[in-house]
Write a protein that binds this ligand. Structure first.
Ligand code: PLP
Length: 396
């Protein structure tokens, strides 16, 4: 057999297609009704003025022979690494620019990071989870164990003494649950990983949404994290770059396992498999992470945060259990007794014309929940909150 049969064992990639088909069928049958979409996890733009200026400047540079740039260093341009290092420094985290790798987005590096580990590495995923952790591990033929988040642990599962794994995927603030580990909670994962020589792959894609003082933006805010954690982050949600494609990954030099430097291995991997990220994009990223870029991007983030507050308030008033929406742009809503995520999705579409995401898309632990996204306009979100309150108060 020459084919990787693991691909055939993955769940079919029908989830978002199925949502799209159900929504399109409903919209076609009810052309007079306005649908309010709280389903997608995409930003709605536009890019901030400081980013647009940097893009225009970089494009002009590429049009003149004196300022033209060809290949960029595979692990990222020095100016972009310096911008990321300065961004961390403003949060009190000191990284050397050499520990930072510029990427085409978090998804790319989440998928490729598995290259550093053997097929026998036991992978643990805190679920419900962004599907890439489980799917890319299975594609590589690895065994995946789940540690379930649930109402009892506040969808923030913690390691126990007897928990055993080599590689752990954690996402905080979390997609889909909108929850986020406090410093104390995350320190338990760091201590557990260091004690067992495990490696944490920490997905910080939503760090920019953190509002609470005791929630870290980066795992490196915690002591000893540099000897057990890789952090993967992106400008997608921080600066509205989902359509631009730019991210960064930190692999500390202190991260050594079985005598191998994971930093050196990742450098080798990147210089072999990639030819770096476009000069123009990296100039845009540098501007987005500058203090002024950060200030301008805060406006879009503040809108999401306010949307989260309004939605959470309405859902609680309606008497439903909900979490998230404070440190992440998602809310995780328990379905009424006995209802599946898909059934609740259909109900909310039919009765309130509100589109959500069934929790089933994020693993078995999501089966009786739906995810609501905060990326919509304030007007649509307020209207959705009102509709949800009205229909849910009536009961199902
Ligand atoms: N990680 C999480 C938790 C996400 O929700 C997403 C995108 O929605 C990504 C990573 C991918 O981000 P990027 O656009 O940088 O590939």
């Amino acid at each position: 057999m020459k084919i990787n049969v693991a691909y055939g064992q993955l769940p079919p990639a029908f989830f978002f297609t199925e949502i799209g088909e159900r929504v399109s069928a409903y919209a076609a049958a009810h052309p007079d009704q306005k649908l309010l979409r709280l389903g997608v996890g995409d930003v709605t733009g536009p890019l901030s003025p400081v980013v647009l200026e940097a893009l225009r400047r970089a494009v002009d540079e590429q049009g003149r022979v004196e300022t033209f740039h060809g290949y960029q260093p595979e692990t990222g341009a020095a100016f972009m690494k310096a911008a990321v290092a300065a961004y961390y420094e403003r949060r009190g985290v000191h990284l050397s620019p050499g520990e930072i790798f510029i990427s085409s987005g978090a998804a790319d590096d989440l998928g490729a990071m598995g290259n550093l580990f053997s097929i026998r590495a036991r992978v643990l995923v805190a679920e419900p989870a962004y599907p890439a952790y489980v799917d890319t591990s299975r594609m590589a033929g690895r065994t995946v164990l789940s540690l379930m988040g649930n109402r009892e642990n506040g969808f923030l599962p913690l390691p126990s003494e007897d928990l055993d794994a080599d590689l752990v995927y954690l996402c905080s603030p979390n997609n889909p649950t909108g929850t986020a580990y406090t410093r104390r909670q995350l320190q338990r994962w760091v201590d557990w990983a260091n004690a067992r020589q495990a490696v944490i792959i920490f997905d910080a894609a939503y760090e920019a949404f953190v509002q609470d003082e005791d929630v870290p933006h980066s795992i490196y805010e915690l002591p000893e994290a540099e000897s057990c954690a890789i952090e993967i982050c992106s400008l997608s949600k921080t600066a509205g770059f989902t359509g631009m494609r730019l991210g960064y990954t930190v692999v500390p030099k202190a991260l050594v396992r079985e005598g191998c430097s994971l930093h050196d291995m990742w450098k080798q991997d990147r210089t072999t498999r990639t030819n770096g990220v476009s000069y123009v994009l990296q100039r845009a990223g540098e501007a987005a992470l500058s203090p002024e870029g950060f200030r301008q991007n805060r406006r879009a983030i503040a809108v999401c945060q306010e949307n989260g507050r309004i939605l959470a308030e309405a859902l609680r008033k309606a008497g439903l259990w909900v979490t998230g929406g404070r440190n992440a742009p998602y809310l995780w809503l328990a379905c009424p007794e006995g209802m599946s995520g898909w059934a609740f999705f259909d109900h909310l579409l039919r009765e309130a014309q509100v589109v959500v995401t069934p929790g089933e898309g994020f693993g078995a632990g999501g089966a009786n929940y739906v995810r609501l996204s905060c990326f919509g306009s304030p007007t649509d979100t307020a209207a959705a909150a009102q509709r949800l309150l009205t229909i849910l108060k009536k009961g199902i």
